[in-house]
Design a protein around this ligand. Structure first.
Ligand code: ADP
Ligand code: MG
Length: 328
């Protein structure tokens, strides 16, 4: 099966948010301290990620857009050990380039000039020296312009932007030591300083009202089970939204979908939440990696715990106690 066939089947790139996820991960992997994400029309017209990371030399840029190339040998070993699901395993840029107009401008640290590469529908159009700062900018325009069936399936700008925003928020919250900025149609949505802790990052991302309503988990596990540690913040029961998407869960540092954990957080509030309202939560769980399965599907990111019931109990009890402690 060709890359484009797999993409057409939605297996590789699903929507603008999947592009954002891959580009931001690459920037973080490249040791960037500052990552700027700018999208247009929910990312359907353009996604641009700029970083101040290690950059790439001219030959590295060319290799980067080839299929199944990765400079991350450690990742491959992780993959074989079954520890991490790595999504595209060295094919993200190639896959994205196959269904868009892709431009990479990059300069390696210490190099005296940079390189610009353009790719259209998977073919390299040009590669030439370029003046640019150290780091990398990847621009993905007109996603799925050559796969009309997928283009049609994309939702309205605001819906696509919601997905993008959730991904960007997840990386911002889990990387308080890096500055992440998100811009939509030239309006800045949030910008973190990269010098903060979880609290100041929550403030930057969600604003003062939410930040002031946050209650810290004390870090002690209040029930026996597979979890080694739990950390984070949850909101006052009156600071909620109608959608569950502001419950952000990380397992072993990785942003995941974990409906079991989200349900446990909600249950911890007992009857204190209004119907169909969800708290804000940013929760970090540590578990032995042999008790989780993140490989259900690399794109979906839904995580499974070997002993889900007990994990739920541990999360629920810990959140319950934090609320009690706060007098709720
Ligand atoms: P993977 O991340 O799995 O290695 P990708 O297709 O996402 O595969 O990227 C291919 C390669 O391109 C990376 O291994 C890395 O060497 C290089 N690369 C991609 N993005 C960046 C970036 N922002 N800064 C530096 N190098 C990058
Ligand atoms: Mg990658």
């Amino acid at each position: 099966q060709s890359t484009i066939e797999r993409i057409a089947a939605g297996e590789v790139v699903e929507r603008p948010a999947s592009v954002v996820k891959e580009l931001v991960e690459n920037s973080l992997d490249a040791d960037a301290s500052r990552v700027r994400i700018a999208v247009e029309r929910g990312g359907k017209d353009g996604v641009r990620v700029t970083d101040d990371g290690i950059g790439m030399g001219e030959s590295a840029v060319e290799t980067a857009v080839e299929k199944h190339t990765t400079s991350k040998i450690g990742d491959i070993e992780d993959l074989e050990a079954g520890v991490e699901s790595l999504g595209f395993r060295g094919e993200a840029l190639a896959a994205i380039g196959a269904v868009s107009r892709l431009t990479i401008r990059t300069k390696a640290r210490g190099a005296d000039r940079g390189t610009e590469l353009t790719m259209v529908g998977g073919e390299i159009e040009s590669i030439a020296p370029a003046g640019c700062p150290v780091g990398t900018t990847v621009e993905v325009d007109d996603l799925f312009y050559n796969v009309p069936a997928r283009r049609k399936y994309l939702k309205q700008d605001q819906t696509e932007f919601g997905h993008v925003s959730r991904v960007a928020t997840g990386y911002a919250l889990s990387n308080p030591d890096r500055s992440l900025t998100l811009t939509h149609d030239d309006t800045e949505v949030f910008s973190t300083t990269g010098q903060g802790n979880l609290e100041s990052t929550v403030l930057a991302v969600y604003g003062r009202e939410v930040a002031e309503a946050m209650i810290p988990l004390d870090g002690d596990l209040d029930a026996e089970g597979p979890l080694d540690a739990i950390d984070g913040v949850v909101s006052h029961p009156e600071t909620t939204r109608a959608s569950p998407q502001q419950c952000t869960v990380f397992v072993n540092g990785r942003y995941v979908r974990a409906s079991a954990v989200r349900d446990a957080i909600v249950d911890a509030y007992g009857g204190q939440l209004a119907t169909d309202r969800y708290p804000f939560a940013v929760v970090f769980l540590s578990v032995p990696s042999n008790t989780v399965d993140v490989n259900v599907h690399p794109r979906k990111q839904e995580i499974r715990f070997a002993d889900e019931e007990t994990v739920r109990d541990q999360v629920e009890t810990t959140v319950e106690n934090a609320l009690l402690e706060a007098g709720l």
